[in-house]
Ligand binder design. Structure first.
Ligand code: PLP
Length: 449
């Protein structure tokens, strides 16, 4: 504490941070986070901040878990690193693969490990194309994603995703990627009945498959609930219609579980919540609760069987299945099970969060307060009836700044504010989150009236 200016000066001089507005940052200086415990962060000025985002949707078991520290230290002493290339393995990665197979949806008992969510999506892109080549259909190359979906920041991840600002920097997407619209009823559904809108958005998948040509389509990729796009929860009609279309055509389904995986919806995976049967599931984040970097792809047995016939898959990373990360992930899964965290989310924490969160809908700025499991979003509008946004001011960012100044992390996606707190948050802490959010909405409203 007390070194804030020193750290900020180092940042200005030497650091190029990810996803940051460099001009704004250099003018203001970054907020320096120095430690964390439970659901709270502390900054270098000594302020305590309730982390309503669990870092980047990842610290599922909360901060300060000594068991995870011990698991990492034990593994570092025993075998700090070895690779898995050229037919080698080590116990932690094998035990982790077994532990994941036990919790994954039925028939998905194989795992390919990576170092992050983005690498997991690079992996699915290469894996599905390799799969079709092994099956004698190398022309099946096209992957269909969704506008405003987020699948990471590498070239493949950003291409599969549908963030137009990212596509605009660097000539993305790469060839062979197509996008359909998102099922964002509040923002794009207008007067249409939400369920009819959900069906119509799902039918775009069929139209796109037919337009591209079934013989060329390799896979469809989607997040069960779009996270970074603004916690977009599809209408109930959406996933059943998508499942129906997927069943009609011979293409693979990739459910990006990087956010929804490991309990966020009150089930192990978002696909469990929606009753989906994906062929591939990219995972990361909650796999280790963010304590160390790790990702992976959970693979359906039929797909793994084809890969097993295909000889060498020329793909992998130095840190694929890193032993220290694997040991931490194993212990993290044990904590989730031992403490019954996901069951408690489903039966207690999520219902309580959702009830309290929806109370914010009565605020003059809030057009919609929605959520599912341990995810929530607030749509800030000027006119609730017409859902008109404020123009000329970045309201979401303002509100986000008020939150930080008042000890709460919420994230702004345009004028949508979102939360994704640690799964272990208590009812009293949820009360604190909601009352701080209301205070900051009031402060923001005071500036625009
Ligand atoms: N997929 C989804 C759904 C994500 O939300 C993210 C990150 O937010 C990623 C992939 C990329 O993960 P990473 O940042 O670990 O590369």
């Amino acid at each position: 504490e007390g070194n804030t200016q020193h750290w900020q000066a180092l940042g200005r001089r030497h650091h190029l941070p990810p996803f940051s507005d460099y001009k704004a940052l250099n003018a203001k200086g970054s907020r320096i986070i120095t430690r964390a415990e439970g659901v709270y962060l502390w900054d270098s000025a000594g302020n305590r901040i309730l982390d309503g985002m669990a870092g980047l949707w990842c610290v599922n078991v909360g901060y300060g878990r000594e068991e995870l520290v011990q698991a990492a230290a034990r593994q570092m002493r025993e075998l700090p690193y070895y690779n898995l290339f050229f037919q080698t393995a080590h116990p932690p990665v094998l035990e982790l693969a077994e532990a994941i197979a036990e919790i994954a949806p039925a028939g998905m008992t194989h795992v390919f490990f990576t170092g992050s969510g983005s690498e997991s999506n690079d992996t699915v892109l290469r894996m599905v194309r390799h799969y079709w080549a092994v099956k004698g259909q190398p022309q099946k190359q096209v992957i269909i994603g969704r506008w405003n979906g987020y699948h990471g920041s590498t070239v493949a991840g950003a291409s599969l995703g549908g963030m137009k600002a990212m596509h605009g920097q660097g000539g993305l997407p790469i060839p062979g990627i197509e996008h359909i619209d998102q099922p964002y009823w509040y923002g794009e559904g207008g007067d249409e009945d939400p369920e009819a809108f959900g069906v119509r958005m799902a039918e775009q998948l069929e139209q796109k498959i037919l337009q591209v040509g079934v013989e060329k389509v390799a896979a469809f990729i989607a997040e069960p609930i779009q996270g970074a796009g603004g916690v977009i929860i599809p209408p109930d009609s959406y996933w059943p219609k998508i499942h129906e279309i997927l069943a009609r055509y011979d293409i693979l389904f990739i459910a990006d579980e990087v956010i929804c995986g490991f309990g966020r919806t009150g089930e192990w995976f978002g696909s469990d919540y929606y009753g989906s049967a994906p062929d591939l599931m990219p995972i990361a984040k909650g796999l280790t609760s963010g304590y160390v970097p790790m990702g992976g792809v959970i693979v359906r047995d039929e797909v793994a069987a084809v890969l097993n016939e295909g000889g060498e898959f020329f793909h992998g990373f130095t840190y694929s299945g890193h032993p220290v990360a694997a040991a931490v992930a194993l212990e993290n899964l044990r904590i989730l099970k031992r403490e019954g965290i996901i069951d408690r989310v489903r039966t207690h924490t999520a219902p309580y969060l959702q009830r309290r969160w929806r109370e914010l809908a009565d605020h003059p700025l809030v057009g919609e307060a929605r959520g599912l499991g341990m995810l929530g979003a607030l749509e800030l509008v000027k006119d609730k009836r017409t859902r008109t946004r404020f123009s000329g001011i970045e309201l979401g960012m303002r509100c986000r700044e008020h939150c930080l100044d008042n000890g709460l992390v919420m994230r702004a996606v345009g004028d949508t504010l979102i939360i994704s707190p640690p799964l272990v948050i208590s009812e009293a802490q949820i009360d604190e989150l909601v009352s701080k959010a209301r205070l900051c909405l009031d402060l923001t409203a005071g500036e625009v009236e």
